[in-house]
Design a protein around this ligand. Structure first.
Ligand code: SF4
Length: 288
């Protein structure tokens, strides 16, 4: 992965998945967060802006996957995005629950290569039509990467309908395998072959590599022992604590907010049995 620092400085490119806080305004039944784990970020917006200015001095322009919880529930959210997008490339993962006008302002206030969005559609919490309208706006301005949809078993029967509604407007729609228990069964293992094919079919707007990604996502292949760049070219940050990735949260590399951390120098073997979403950092995906 090459540096995305337009200044041309020879610095390592770094991608950061920033689990900003756990707070969310939705209560989806399939969410991994429980009611006693919904803390909002306590760090003031100016302090966060200073943290990311220091990151820019150290690594150049980072790619930040800005997620939560729901980042937009932070009181200083809009200001924070504008600050981050000055020095870094920000990829926001959001439920798009803020009003259309907020998204219009953010699109106007940021450059195209500095602020893009993946929108999570949660049909048990959000109305389809207003959600589509916001997606249209982002798509028109080339800010929409994907619409994500969790293939929770009770929602599978509507997956085809939703997929059609998004794809007919040219909106890239992507079903994610549900990870967890439902009806006494453990998913993704419990998906039937037909359900797997339905989920895979929803990825048809993505590039060919999706077939290999889906195999990891569905738990069909293990990353254990394979070389992975997580920890060197990519880090996971949960409310300040840095780890190689979300699977390895017991092994801290330091603290983003204090600036005291040491990243790995190069790719290292993965110790995990499975990897649900960050498998793209395996060396086998390096050319992607
Ligand atoms: S393969 Fe997945 S679990 Fe293993 S180190 Fe890489 S990102 Fe972490």
């Amino acid at each position: 992965m090459e540096s995305i620092d337009e200044s041309g400085k020879k610095r390592p490119a770094l991608r950061v998945l920033w689990n900003f806080h756990h707070a969310c305004n939705y209560r989806c039944e399939y969410c991994v967060r429980k009611d006693d784990d919904l803390a909002r970020c306590p760090v003031p917006v100016e302090q966060l802006a200073a943290v990311w200015r220091r990151m820019h001095e150290r690594y150049g322009t980072c790619w930040i996957d800005f997620t939560g919880g729901e980042p937009s529930t932070f009181p200083g959210f809009e200001h924070l995005v504008l600050e981050l997008a000055r020095d870094h490339a920000v990829h926001l993962i959001t439920n798009l629950s803020l009003p259309l006008e907020t998204w219009e302002r953010l699109v106007r206030g940021t450059a195209k290569n500095r602020f893009v969005i993946s929108a999570s559609f949660h049909p048990t919490q959000a109305e389809l039509e207003p959600f589509l309208e916001k997606c249209d706006l982002l798509h028109r301005h080339e800010r929409l990467r994907f619409v994500n949809f969790v293939a929770w078993p009770p929602l599978l029967e509507k997956l085809g309908f939703f997929r059609k509604r998004f794809l007919e407007r040219g909106l890239p729609f992507y079903a994610l395998a549900f990870m967890g228990q439902h009806g006494g069964k453990q998913y993704p293992d419990a998906y039937t072959p037909e359900e797997r094919s339905l989920i895979n079919d929803s990825g048809r707007t993505l590039v060919e590599i999706e077939a290999r990604r889906k195999a990891y996502q569905l738990g069909e292949v293990s990353p254990k022992g394979k070389l992975c760049r997580a920890g060197s070219q990519y880090i996971h940050v949960d409310q300040g604590k840095i780890t190689r990735c979300s699977r390895l949260q017991g092994e801290s590399l330091g603290d983003l907010y204090s600036g005291e951390f040491d990243l790995l120098k190069e790719a290292a073997p993965c110790p995990a049995d499975y990897c649900q979403c960050e498998f793209e950092w395996l060396k086998e995906f390096e050319s992607y």
